[in-house]
Design a protein around this ligand. Sequence first.
Ligand SMILES: Cc1cc2nc3c(=O)[nH]c(=O)nc-3n(C[C@H](O)[C@H](O)[C@H](O)COP(=O)(O)OP(=O)(O)OC[C@H]3O[C@@H](n4cnc5c(N)ncnc54)[C@H](O)[C@@H]3O)c2cc1C
Length: 234
Amino acid sequence: MKSEYLCTVKSFRMLTPTVFEIAFETDKNLVFEGGQFVSIIIPGAGPKGRDLRRAYSIASAPEARPYELCVKLVENGPGTQYLYRLRPHDTFRVLAPYGDFTYRPQTDQHICFIATGTGIAPFRAIAMSKKFQDNLPNSAICLFGVRTESELLYQKPEEGFQNLKLMNAVSQPSDSWQGFRGRVTHYLQSLGDEYPWLKTQFYLCGNGEMIQEVKAFLAEKNIEKSKIHQEKYY
Ligand SMILES: Cc1cc2nc3c(=O)[nH]c(=O)nc-3n(C[C@H](O)[C@H](O)[C@H](O)COP(=O)(O)OP(=O)(O)OC[C@H]3O[C@@H](n4cnc5c(N)ncnc54)[C@H](O)[C@@H]3O)c2cc1C
């Protein structure tokens, strides 16, 4: 059931030049599943001074405290500008938990997570959750798309992705980038015929364009719709 929580900021730090992490505690235990999100109340930022709400996936494991969010700073965005100003001991309010973009264990299946930008957040929460670790799929990969390599998040295994292979796709890399060059959709296509397409569950999170492109490609591959799960950020 959804409740309102009063959150107190424990720490604030920049993860990349434009993405920041807020760690927080709540006034009562917030029980959630990896992949779910909170709806943050932005006081007075709406029309006629009304409150606004913005959704943010919880980026930390359900079992971990403090809770963590990973937020992309959007120029002139009321939600992200509000969060960007928060510092330790400040408080904010959320309604939670929301969403059904959660891991559905099927240990005979493979898992392919596909994220762009901060769309990696729910996959981190899932990958670090007890539910995932106790019900590991046949194999798991996470394709992670960003524009430049400075936007990559959670690259060290101990930052959350020990149990699966994080595969980065950088669409506008510097000359020195050694990894995959191109969009995450191209990376997916490049997996080729050896990939167990028909025995895989696909989870997509991030911008709408990526989600549309990936779904069109998966339709060409005759993947059943029931095997495609999505969370569209914008
Ligand atoms: C279920 C759900 C979960 C979400 N979880 C996260 C999360 O964990 N982290 C996060 O940063 N955002 C997340 N978002 C997006 C978030 O809710 C806001 O839309 C975003 O932070 C912008 O809010 P704003 O008020 O600052 O700007 P707005 O004025 O609302 O948006 C301005 C524009 O910014 C662009 N934009 C929105 N989100 C992003 C983004 N993440 N990256 C790049 N451009 C963007 C869009 O073009 C949008 O039209 C989530 C959205 C949904 C629906």
